[in-house]
Design a protein around this ligand. Structure first.
Ligand SMILES: C[S@@+](CC[C@H](N)C(=O)[O-])C[C@H]1O[C@@H](n2cnc3c(N)ncnc32)[C@H](O)[C@@H]1O
Length: 272
């Protein structure tokens, strides 16, 4: 393995995980309040940093219309190819680019809006990535990062399943992310990048239907197994605990999303 695990698992994604991402990263109306701070309007130039399968990027494309421009950038080649195909099929003119970041492969001041959703926990340096997002934003451009905080994940399982669940989640977290506390760190990263008008909102919907279960059962279970910190049959048991909780209608999962917004203000133009 040439890269650290937190990056490598995005370079090579197996078919089961691809299928899970197609479900959990599909655009859903519940995302609407998370995108609102971007203040999208027709004609803007928008960058989606870590665009993945491109469902959110396509939603940005629909909102800015033919007079604007949307670009997505992501590490994974298959995501870039699938997102390109999908957006063409939907008659959206979106340019998907493959790149490992930071740095971001774009010129200074080239976007009016920059979004980065559920990505910063995986990069080598979240601080440098936010600085890059600030560099490529135009004067008065708006930058939004959306991220969870893995230490705030609440998974309700029956008492006999809790201790195992904690161990599986700790094992998964130990290798899958570079910065598990990214949600609570975003505010200071935005300030350090020199962004102004930094605002933080937190959204926490309860998943009781098992909508996020594919992410637990394919991605997190796989990370826990790969960590070598927990026996594979314990992980299988955990997956069965989740299925049983869903079947018994006792399952609940909450993973709060921090939505942080800042504005790039060029020095000397603050009073405008
Ligand atoms: C959880 S997905 C989120 C995708 C998308 N933003 C969304 O919300 O639908 C994380 C994405 O970050 C990308 N990623 C992770 N590390 C990266 C890096 N170092 N450079 C570029 N992309 C990266 C992955 O390939 C993956 O598509």
């Amino acid at each position: 393995m040439s890269s650290p695990y937190y990056k490598q698992h995005w370079i090579e994604i197996d078919a089961e995980r691809h299928e899970a991402y197609d479900q959990i990263l599909a655009y859903h109306p519940a995302l609407e309040p998370l995108l609102r701070p971007l203040q999208l309007e027709p004609g803007l130039k928008v960058l989606d940093v870590g665009s993945g399968p491109g469902y959110t990027t396509m939603e940005l494309g629909r909102r800015i219309g033919g007079s604007g421009k949307v670009v997505g950038v992501d590490l994974n080649m298959d995501f870039v190819a699938a997102a390109t195909r999908r957006s063409r099929g939907a008659k959206l003119d979106i340019n998907f680019v493959q790149s490992d970041f930071p740095p971001l492969p774009f010129r200074n001041c080239s976007f009016d809006r920059v979004l980065c959703k559920n990505v910063l926990e995986y990069v080598d340096s979240a601080g440098d990535t936010v600085k890059e997002m600030a560099r490529i934003a135009a004067d008065r451009g708006i930058i939004v990062a959306i991220d969870s905080d893995w230490d705030m994940l609440a998974l309700a399982l029956p008492p006999h399943a809790r201790e195992r669940s904690d161990r599986v989640l700790a094992a998964a977290k130990s290798i899958a992310v570079k910065e598990p506390k990214i949600g609570r760190m975003l505010y200071s990263l935005f300030r350090k990048a020199g962004l102004e008008n930094v605002r933080v909102e937190i959204f926490a919907g309860a998943d009781t239907a098992g909508r996020a279960a594919p992410m637990l059962k394919s991605s997190l279970a796989r990370y826990a197994r790969d960590s070598g910190r927990i026996a594979p049959d314990e992980v299988e048991h955990w997956v069965r605990d989740i299925d049983a909780a869903i079947a018994d209608r006792q399952y609940l999962m909450v993973l709060p999303q921090f939505v942080v917004r800042g504005t790039r203000v060029e020095k000397g133009t603050e009073a405008r």
